[in-house]
Design a protein around this ligand. Structure first.
Ligand SMILES: [Zn+2]
Length: 273
């Protein structure tokens, strides 16, 4: 019951910048977003959000494409018509009417705003399975971290957590929130939130436990192993432009043993390592 306030800024993650020189345009820049469906031209009766980028087909069959709809884009439909084979739905994309594969979209509530999710919303969606409801802030200063604070009022504890993500890379280029490097960073930071939860928002206890399992810098290494279990690709090619290839390492580059993964799975499940 002793009152205390504690603010722990956990752990900056270095989003990697490993090879490749600054030459050529950056990849992974989001496509321009067309205007939303005009309310004056009809009533939207259902909405669908792309899970990945998806072709807008001209017709219910055939391969003629009108456009490519980016990932995390909410489309309205005035007809909700399905193709005869049941694989496509008719939608509006800006001023165009076309068809998208149902396998590439999820039906969402009519209250969902038409258009592309914000960067932070896309990131929140990527980690929703584990970190639903944790606020996400974005920055353009290449800072990625998970923060927590604990405050007491009498015997009532208030915990606040937040994930901070950079929308630019260490190269200074725009980062697509669904790029595998961005997702690896999102998983790592979400992993810190799960660590805080498992150790009851006591960073000192967390660090002690993590160092026992993982050795030095255990909390960070563990977040990488948690990210792996979530499906992160911590290393890979970021982009290629001409003969310049940029490769990345998201996180700290350590190797996770089967013991580390077992502990990571316990943390994800809400238990202590
Ligand atoms: Zn970290």
């Amino acid at each position: 019951m002793r009152p205390f306030a504690l603010a722990a800024a956990a752990a900056l993650l270095l989003s990697g910048l490993i090879s490749g020189l600054l030459a050529g345009p950056a990849a992974a820049v989001p496509a321009p977003v067309p205007a939303a469906v005009s309310a004056a031209t009809g009533t939207v009766v259902a909405k669908y959000q792309t899970k990945v980028s998806a072709a807008l087909y001209a017709a219910s069959t055939g391969s003629t494409r009108l456009a490519t709809v980016p990932a995390d884009y909410t489309l309205g439909t005035k007809t909700n018509r399905k193709s005869p084979d049941g694989t496509r739905v008719q939608v509006q994309y800006g001023s165009r009417t076309g068809w998208v594969l149902l396998s590439k979209v999820t039906k969402v509530s009519l209250s969902t705003k038409i258009g592309r999710l914000s960067w932070a919303q896309s990131a929140a969606k990527n980690i929703a399975k584990w970190c639903r409801g944790v606020p996400v802030s974005t920055n353009t200063t290449n800072r990625n971290m998970a923060t927590m604070s604990v405050s007491w009022s009498g015997s009532t504890r208030t915990v606040k957590t937040r994930i901070h993500l950079s929308t630019i890379t260490g190269w200074g280029t725009k980062l697509d929130p669904n790029h595998k490097m961005a997702v690896a960073i999102q998983y790592h930071e979400c992993g810190h939130i799960l660590q805080y939860r498992a150790y009851n928002y006591d960073p000192a206890a967390l660090d002690r436990a993590m160092n026992q399992v993982y050795g030095r810098n255990g909390t960070e290494h563990m977040a990488d192993c948690i990210a792996d279990v979530m499906g992160a690709q911590r290393e890979g090619v970021y982009s290629t432009s001409g003969n310049t290839t940029r490769t990345y390492v998201a996180g700290y580059g350590g190797t996770c043993t089967s013991k580390h993964y077992a502990a990571a799975k316990r943390i994800i499940a809400g238990s202590r390592a």
